[in-house]
Structures are given as C-alpha cells and as structure tokens.
Design a protein around this ligand. Structure first.
Ligand SMILES: [Ca+2]
Ligand SMILES: [Ca+2]
Ligand SMILES: [Ca+2]
Ligand SMILES: [Ca+2]
Length: 353
C-alpha cells in the first residue's frame, strides 16, 4: 500500500474513533451459540473459542464452540462431572470429579492431549489460567479452610500462593500476567477483602481496605474489578494497581454481580430491570451501556476483546449467547494499527488477527 493511502486511512480511522466515542459503546449483534435442549452454564472465552459446562449427557461435561467455523465440540467424555472451565490460548482447564473428589484437569485443544494438573487429596476447584500458569482454590490441608495454589504447566512445578491462617477461607482466584487475586476472609466474615500476590516477586498485598465486604475479583492489566456491598447493595468497583486508586463503577440501587473485564470494558450481571441483564462500562469513556434487553435472565458474563458471552434462560433451559460490541480491543499480541485499519475497511486477509 502507498504511504499516502496509509496516512489517509489513519486519519479516517482517527475521525471514526472519536465519532464512535461520542455515540457511545453499543452492541453490534447478538447470536445464540447452543441449541441443544439441555442446560449450558458458566461460559469462558478466549479468541474464537467459547467453552462451558454442559449437562446433555446427564453428568456434566465441558463443551466448546468455534466462533469462526461454527463448530461445536465435546471436550470431556468421562462419566463423572467436569465443571467451571477456564481457557487461555489452546488450553482449557476445569475441575474434575473422576477420582471421587475435585481435581484440576485440562486439555490442549490443538494436540488433543489431556492434562492432569492436580490430583491431590481434598478438593481443587475454580481454576483460572493465564499463559502457562493455572491457579485454583485448594482444601488439601483442611476440609473447611481453602488455600490458593498454582502450577506452571511448562515446568510442571506446583506452588503455594496463599495459605494464611487456619480460620481464613479463600475464594475466586483470578490471574493476569504475574498477578493472582482472590477474595479473602482474614479481616472477618463481615469484612471480606480482595488480596493479591505477585508471582515474580513472591509478595502478597492487600487490595481493598473498606470495612464492608468485597467479593469476586477479576483482573486485566492493572485493573482489578470486584463486587462491593459498602452502599448496602452489590455494586461493581475497580482498583488500579498502578495508581493505587479505587473507583465505583455502578450506582444503581439494584444488585450488580459477577464482573468480568477485558481491556477498557467491564461487564456484569445486573438486576435493575427486575429480570437479569448484562451491562457494561467503558473505562476509557466512563460510560455505562446495556448489553442485553431480552426479558428473561442473562447471567455470569465472560469477555474477550469485543465478545461478551453469558448463559441465557430465554429458551426455558440455559443457553450460551454472545454479543459483539463495537469496541476496538487491545489484543495481547502487539500489532501495528495498520493491520486493524486493513481489517476494518475490508482490505487484505480478514482472517488474520
Ligand atoms: Ca462428564
Ligand atoms: Ca483432589
Ligand atoms: Ca473489606
Ligand atoms: Ca434480561
């Protein structure tokens, strides 16, 4: 492409970007992913792959769907329960009951190889994954006192992230880069907090200090989002690790739960319309926007780039749906803006990310 044309395209894109910021973030389209009449829950997404927990075989299995090829795929076939999938790159992980208590297993979707990640005694639950690192909640030491453990899939080394005091019970681990976060009871069960751990430095740190309770952290880059009840109902707040500042996102007096984040976009499930909907907030433009309008319930969103997935009750079972937002997402791989411009204007190979 000629240099002058590139410059012109960049100018057009800059004009377009500021124009869409004025108009606000919106949903471009919504699609149904699962059509099977059984129940599909707890979706997770990375790139073109959506995974979820599925009960079509009576026991729970993990299934997946490729947004590009429109193909559905069964990921687990074991007759015990597999639940709470998480995905990063080609690796899907989940909690697995095949040994009579919960363990962590996974699968490499490219090679088809199954990964045995942790089969310790007691329950290993709620895995999260980023790069080679899988983290989970673990009660191997004490049945009523859960800790956070992790494993490096490349080296095979397992490690302790937090065991704290015997009375402390840890929940909802999430990971991005070197930072692991979780919900922590050490300051009392009416003052739960979010804590973090830096895998590189080995240092633990406290994230929330408000004396009401904070729950359900999610993390992307320097931003940690969580549920907060300081105003007497569940709200969504976030904390910026770089600046050390905390911000309130939602102000509606109904409940907001289950935040997820990717780039500048935070999404959650919201009760303001009596039925449950998914809402979003753009951290760059500081605007809130509605993602679902159907009068049934939309629950537990997950987000990757411009794609938001959730489980939906509109067909009288739970189905997985997806909405595409008109946001320009920051992809994990650094690429020149020209690639995005070419894609946006239909130039070059559309399939290349
Ligand atoms: Ca199964
Ligand atoms: Ca176990
Ligand atoms: Ca607190
Ligand atoms: Ca709804």
């Amino acid at each position: 492409m000629k240099k002058s044309l590139k410059v012109l395209l960049i100018l057009v894109v800059l004009a377009f970007s500021s124009f869409s910021a004025v108009l606000g973030t919106k949903v471009l389209s919504e699609e149904r992913i699962t059509t099977d009449p059984s129940y599909h829950y707890y979706p997770a997404i990375y790139g073109d792959i959506v995974v979820w927990r599925d009960n079509r075989n009576v026991n729970y299995d993990i299934y997946g769907y490729n947004l590009k090829t429109k193909e559905e795929r069964r990921i687990t076939t074991d007759t015990s329960n597999q639940d709470y999938p998480a995905i990063y790159g080609d690796i899907v992980v989940w909690q697995d009951h095949r040994n009579g208590n919960w363990d962590i297993y996974g699968k490499n979707l490219r090679t088809g190889a199954e990964l045995v990640i942790c089969t310790e005694s007691g329950d290993q639950e709620y895995p999260a994954i980023y790069g080679d690192i899988v983290v989970w909640r673990d009660n191997r030491r004490n049945i009523s006192n859960r800790d956070i453990y992790g494993k490096n899939l490349r080296t095979g080394a397992e490690f302790v992230i937090c065991t704290d005091t015997p009375a402390n019970d840890l929940y909802n681990p999430a990971i991005y880069g070197d930072i692991v976060v979780w919900r922590d009871n050490r300051n009392g069960i009416s003052n739960r907090d979010i804590y973090g751990y830096n895998l590189k430095t080995g240092q633990e740190f406290r994230i929330t200090t408000n004396n009401s309770s904070q729950y359900k952290p999610a993390i992307y880059g320097d931003i940690i989002v969580f549920e907060d009840i300081r105003n007497g109902n569940y709200e969504i707040y976030y904390y910026n690790l770089k600046t050390g500042q905390e911000f309130r996102i939602t102000t509606n007096t109904s409940a907001q739960y289950n935040p997820a984040i990717y780039g500048d976009i935070v999404v959650w499930q919201d009760y303001r319309n009596v039925n449950v909907d998914i809402y979003g907030y753009n951290l760059k433009t500081n605007e809130e926007f509605r993602i679902t309008t159907d009068t049934s319930d939309q629950n537990e969103p997950a987000i990757y780039c411009d794609r938001v997935v959730w489980y939906d009750t509109r067909n009288h079972n739970y189905d997985i749906y997806i909405a595409y937002l008109d946001v320009v997402c920051e992809t994990p791989k650094k690429s020149l803006p020209i690639n995005w411009i070419m894609k946006k204007f239909g130039l070059g190979n559309k399939d290349k990310e």
